[in-house]
Design a protein around this ligand. Sequence first.
Ligand SMILES: *[C@@H]1O[C@H](CO)[C@@H](O)[C@H](O)[C@H]1NC(C)=O
Ligand SMILES: *[C@@H]1O[C@H](CO)[C@@H](O)[C@H](O)[C@H]1NC(C)=O
Length: 372
Amino acid sequence: MLWITEFSGFFSAALAVILLSPSLQSFSPAAAIRSSHLDAYFRPSPPPSSDHSLRNKFSYRKSPILRNAEECGFSGDVSGVCNPSYVHVAITLDVVYLRGSIAAVNSILQHSACPESIFFHFLVSESETSLENVIRSTFPRLNLKIYYFAPERVQSLIAPSVREALEQPLNYARNYLAELLEPCVDRVVYLDSDLVVIDDIAKLWETGLGPSTIGAPEYCHANFTSYFNGAFWSDDRYNETFKGRRKPCYFNTGVMVIDLKKWRSLEYTKAIEKWMEIQKVERIYELGSLPAYLLVFAGRVAPISHRWNQHGLGGDKVRGSCRDMHDGPVSLLHWSGSGKPLSRLDSKRPCPLDTLWEPYDLYLPVNSVQLH
Ligand SMILES: *[C@@H]1O[C@H](CO)[C@@H](O)[C@H](O)[C@H]1NC(C)=O
Ligand SMILES: *[C@@H]1O[C@H](CO)[C@@H](O)[C@H](O)[C@H]1NC(C)=O
């Protein structure tokens, strides 16, 4: 939180800009939420050529090696990944969002009192094995494991359509954490690649989930009905899905605390796949990977403080709009939406809040590598 204090002057300045500029104010929460799904369909740029990705290998600064504070009481040599003192974090890695994933990891380490007690689980699409080298050389002492996610696992479950043809199977990898991760790992924090954490991740990890299997900030003002179409709401096989639950609310699947033990025993992977199979045949919603999560978990989510997902900061690429923070304290900034801070910073047209992402960026432009 020290860090946020340093930036409070900046926040006031950003707020003043936002208050003075009506165009920056003009988004409704519902619109913000809807546009936050656009990343599921549109990637910011085509994957770089292999020549480019080869150069990428060498173009990240090494992260400084951070040590545990004395009060951590953590001994790293006990039983590897099964050490019960680890805080487990899962993040996806692919060529396009690599720079974002690296910034996310860097931000987590920078704000953790016990960085050596964090274990990272990276979900990588099978064809991109060289990413492991990039991660290992950027973070030389990181506790990590790489999992190659076979796209065939979900490809046959993704309904064919123009939009979903653009969707990457890796978006669905979070559904398989319970089986990918070792059975000794009982809990994991899942994070998207387009965010930075500016607080100690251990606080999020320790959140009580009560009887729930997953925890996430809930957004109950969003029009929940609109996530499913008429075919869903008028079909009596489906339209009572949420009966008997608490009020079902939208939540963002980019930040979740997951009790893997409960997930495994309640077989939620199968439950989500079942809805994907129904969707393939009946088309009960228009979005990609999110609605199946809502069908299984909405009204059953442990509500976590909104400070852990200030989402929607990516805004809408088409209109080039910038987004403001929601009210309240901030522990995690999430650039969901179709714009990304790295491309706006590179094109010298950043949104005010994009400069909060920049300090975590470890990318070195190729020219500066040659100079060193
Ligand atoms: C919510 O969305 C549904 C379907 O898109 C629409 O019919 C309904 O009028 C909306 N309700 C509100 C309160 O906006
Ligand atoms: C569910 O669908 C049936 C059949 O169309 C309809 O009669 C019923 O009113 C619907 N229920 C809800 C809660 O929308």
